[in-house]
Design a protein around this ligand. Sequence first.
Ligand SMILES: Nc1ncnc2c1ncn2[C@@H]1O[C@H](COP(=O)(O)OP(=O)(O)OP(=O)(O)O)[C@@H](O)[C@H]1O
Ligand SMILES: [Mg+2]
Length: 283
Amino acid sequence: MSIIELKEITKIFEGRSESVKALDKVTLNVDKGDIYGIIGYSGAGKSTLVRLFNGLEIASGGTLKVLGQEISELKTKELRAFRQKLGMIFQHFNLLWSKTVLENIELPLKMAGVSKIKRKQRAEELVSLVGLAGHEDHYPNQLSGGQKQRVGIARALANNPEILLSDESTSALDPQTTDEILDLLLDLNRKLELTIVLITHEMHVIRRIANKVAVMEKGRVIEQGEVVELFNYPKTETTRKFVQQDIDPRSEDTSEFVMKVLQKNPTARFAELIFNIPDQSRS
Ligand SMILES: Nc1ncnc2c1ncn2[C@@H]1O[C@H](COP(=O)(O)OP(=O)(O)OP(=O)(O)O)[C@@H](O)[C@H]1O
Ligand SMILES: [Mg+2]
């Protein structure tokens, strides 16, 4: 069942002297339970696309239904209520620095008019769901990047959304922390049947947890489908470059080997072993 349906969506930003076509006839469907990756270089239109999903931007043309609702038909007040069905996480976490972990998570509940006791109860549940038990009273600057993003995720889930939008949520994290956060998202997808739309410029992110992917370039979706299919048969040069990016760039032989392994098993992981063999001739 599709819970996000876009047909020929166009978005034009009108400037004083010129206008920018940020989205050009984008058609795609996200099904319930998908982890749908959207990948593209800077300026491709990825953020604009997800900002349409929760009505932060309004399309210039085309139709967009989210959870069966045509977004352009919602009035301001209805839109505010509707937005609670979508959570969002960001690259720089967007936490309030003067509030504790628990207070940050309680914020969207407060805005939704949930009572103080229920807010605290729900926030405590979320703290343990995202693996932050013991940090309830800490301030964001006392947390690591990964922990800050866990707060971001807990806050996004506070109102039990059906869809989680993630805009480069791991781009500010080191590789190991990135993987930990991706594993948490996968876990939430399974446990809560949460649909996730995942924006990234890294193929690694897609390969690790997404089941579907759309490749964007200059406001257009140039390729879309199952991640496995896309890995096996990239049709465009841009997609090929993204697939290649996820593979050891240093050696052509290695790349070829890795490519073959990935075609058979797209979720394979690779480790590099370096042997230091002492130079016998010197001793
Ligand atoms: N509010 C705005 N007003 C005018 N132009 C905008 C606005 N928002 C985005 N754009 C333009 O739309 C295009 C797409 O931008 P968008 O932020 O969606 O790209 P992106 O794929 O998210 O890039 P990045 O990877 O750098 O975040 C760009 O040319 C951008 O300059
Ligand atoms: Mg962006």
